[in-house]
Design a protein around this ligand. Structure first.
Ligand code: SIN
Ligand code: CO
Length: 410
């Protein structure tokens, strides 16, 4: 008798807008996001068997689930110059940046290579949906979803990352070895960041639907055990204080352009005769101190707009195309009454109180209150449908649509 084993791609659900933060989630092995954050986030690794129960449930009913992106479709992204990709071969170690030519993409049946695709939330809806599961962590911390595909034995070698990562096994098996070792010195003779003294302390084989969470600086090595092994990693960013302050200060300096009163010149009618002519005058210091106070430049609040604007900048390689046949403002407003306007997957939106920053720009400043409110909804729920905005010409909402930053949900 012939036995049929059906298989179909896994279709991840979009997370609801209001995540149940105090309820138990299979994704974290039965603890809630609140408990996960308290016990594991940024503290210690967590292995979750059956984090996506659909894989085991389907197998039990005689149907196997495949990755949402089949091997051949995924490999094609390596040819695309809009996708950030890397090819890593392990015997010997070598590294190539994409886009690759067709011939440079290894056969899935060959061993010891892996292809990694960064920012996949912008290129496949399944990747964007998986990111939505993690919106109990601030958007400002989220980086992107990376997908790796490998031949047997493939991997990027023992290394550590400076950020938190959720490694979701989506196809085939991967063996993970991890270590909390202090020695994180790298092998200086290799083209990749590979640890020179990796001493694994734990060893697990992850199957499709399993997930491993790693905080920063945990040494790890993932080796594909099956051809076409896919690992989807949700990665986070941890900017240095230097980066945050430099970017914040730079934007703060730029914003001074908009304050005409600062064109006023320093004057010193109070200056007395001095024996220390070489010193910066006390009078100048006094007046500067009061200016800084007056402009609140001596307080954190002065820096936060620039820092939020910086963190809302899209990835460097993100380019946006406006709609081919843009709706006019009236048509746009009508469609907004019936369709969902959502951020383009490459768009970043962050809020600072009621101010909303989209791709580096403040979208609320100088806008009518109802437009501000629309942006606040968009920022919080990543979606907007409203029939309450009849006048949209020259609004930042319409401009963002024309720029391709906001799109109607297909
Ligand atoms: C991989 O998916 O092969 C690499 C992920 C990682 O180690 O961070
Ligand atoms: Co890693």
């Amino acid at each position: 008798m012939t036995s049929f084993y059906l298989s179909k791609p896994y279709d991840p659900p979009q997370a609801p807008t209001n995540l149940p933060l105090d309820e138990s989630w299979a994704l974290f092995g039965g603890i809630s996001p609140e408990q996960f954050m308290g016990r594991y986030w940024h503290k210690k690794p967590l292995l979750v068997r059956g984090a996506i129960p659909a894989f085991k449930l389907s197998a039990q009913s005689g149907e196997s689930l495949e990755s949402p992106i089949p091997t051949q479709d995924l490999l094609k992204f390596a040819l695309d110059d809009e996708v950030e990709s890397r090819l890593v071969k392990s015997k010997p170690w070598s590294f190539d940046s994409g886009p690759l030519t067709k011939r440079a993409i290894p056969s899935i049946h060959k061993p010891d290579w892996t292809l990694l695709f960064q920012g996949m939330e912008a290129h496949h809806p399944a990747a964007a949906k998986i990111l939505s599961w993690f919106r109990f962590i601030p958007d400002a911390r989220l980086d992107d979803l990376m997908i790796s595909i490998a031949g047997i034995g493939g991997g990027v070698g023992p290394h550590f990352d400076s950020y938190d990562v959720f490694l979701i096994q989506m196809s085939g098996r991967r063996q993970w070895r991890i270590s909390e070792q202090k020695d994180l010195s790298l092998n200086p003779n290799l083209p990749l960041k590979i640890l020179q003294n990796f001493k694994p302390e734990e060893n697990w084989i992850l199957e499709p639907g399993d997930m491993l969470y790693l905080p920063p600086h945990i040494a790890h090595n993932g080796i594909a055990l099956d051809a076409g092994c896919q690992t989807w990693s949700v990665g986070f960013r941890s900017p240095s204080f230097k980066e945050l302050l430099q970017e914040g200060l730079w934007r703060l300096a730029e914003s001074l352009e908009d304050i005409p009163a600062l064109e006023g010149k320093f004057a010193d009618p109070e200056q007395g005769a001095t024996q220390s002519a070489e010193q910066l005058p006390d009078e100048l210091i006094k007046q500067l101190r009061s200016k800084l106070k007056e402009l609140k430049l001596d307080q954190i609040d002065g820096f936060l707009p620039g820092i939020t604007a910086y963190l809302s900048e899209p990835k460097q390689q993100a380019f946006f195309d406006g709609p081919e046949n843009p709706l006019n403002p009236r048509e746009f407003s009508k469609k907004l009454g019936t369709s969902n306007l959502i951020p383009h997957p490459k768009t970043r939106i962050l809020s600072l109180g009621k101010q909303v920053y989209c791709n580096g720009d403040n979208m609320v400043q100088g806008q009518k209150p109802d437009i501000g409110q629309a942006w606040q909804t968009l920022s919080a729920t990543k979606m907007l449908t409203t029939s309450k905005l009849p006048k949209l010409d020259k609004s930042s909402l319409y401009e963002a649509y024309l720029a391709g930053w906001l799109v109607f949900q297909p």
